[in-house]
Design a binder for this molecule. Structure first.
Ligand code: NAD
Length: 257
């Protein structure tokens, strides 16, 4: 099956000017590149992250709330902060994530305590943390006349075979969550949801050193940010999986909902 490619121009993104956008994991990598692009487009960005953004991006249009996405109260304070400061929440980029891999074949089931600490942590952040963030986004957006849109970060690892089992499980889960949610969202609520599935990207999670070691080429995080922005700006996009890989953008899925 032919997967349609598309291009993204800055003109397509002008509607994001003045919009209030929450980004989890906005202090590094893909989230930070997206924060920078959205600020350039004139949006007001509220970053929720365990770490603050680098000082060179600090402008009055950017605010930071220290958030651990596994802590519900932290997420609540992020959304309350954005709503109380700006009066609305137009878009939410559900992005904070980590990576781990467990060798299930060599697992020592006689280990004391939780034999799967890495799995638990990855699922807590990448799946439960993301689902909780999206749930809060829906809660706030359904109270707004204009609704809003949600973009979730999955990965190519959410679509196909990859060695990192914990990570792949969480990223498949995000796609499953989005697909399942579609029947609840359409057409009664003016809320859109899309997911991005970037290929290998240089970031805090996939450092240049790591990708060199694995022997693959990876794209700069700046190449991924436009997929997030177009998912927010283009109101025809709903239930899509948007791929970005080394400057090429593809619409992997456009379901009929
Ligand atoms: P990154 O490490 O540069 O960014 C992740 C951000 O999430 C960091 O700012 C980190 O502080 C934050 N974070 C981690 N745990 C958190 C928690 N519990 N609460 C709040 N914030 C937390 O890595 P990245 O590659 O930019 O990752 C962003 C997203 O992109 C992740 O969901 C990742 O799985 C996904 N992704 C990455 C790649 C890649 O190759 N780098 C490819 C596809 C998808």
């Amino acid at each position: 099956m032919e997967i349609p490619s598309f291009t993204i121009s800055e003109e397509q993104l002008v509607s994001l000017k003045g919009k209030v956008i929450i980004i989890t994991g906005g202090s590094s990598g893909i989230g930070l590149a997206t924060t920078k692009l959205l600020l350039k487009l004139g949006a007001k960005v509220v970053v929720g992250d365990i770490d603050p953004p680098p000082t060179d991006v600090l402008v009055p249009e950017l605010s930071f709330v220290r958030v651990d996405v596994t802590v519900w109260e932290d997420l609540l304070s992020l959304f309350n902060n954005a709503r109380d400061t700006h009066g609305q929440i137009d878009h939410v980029f559900v992005n904070a994530g980590i990576a781990s891999s467990t060798n299930y074949v060599e697992l020592d089931v006689n280990d004391q305590g939780n034999p799967l600490p890495a799995t638990t942590r990855t699922i807590d952040i990448n799946l439960i943390g993301m689902i909780n963030t999206a749930s809060l986004a829906i809660h706030y957006m359904k109270q707004q006349e204009n609704g809003g849109s949600i973009v979730m970060t999955s990965s190519l690892a959410g679509l196909g075979p990859i060695g990192m089992v914990d990570y792949a499980t969480s990223k498949h889960g995000i796609i499953g969550f989005m697909r399942g949610l579609l029947s609840h969202l359409h057409p009664s609520l003016p809320i859109r949801i899309n997911a991005i599935t970037p290929s290998w990207t240089i970031s805090g999670l996939a450092t240049q050193k790591l990708v060199n070691m694995v022997g693959i080429t990876a794209q700069p995080a700046e190449f991924v940010a436009p997929t997030v922005a177009i998912a927010m700006a283009d109101e025809s996009r709903h239930g899509q999986l948007l791929y970005s890989g080394k400057g090429e953008y593809k619409e992997i899925e456009r379901p009929i909902v």
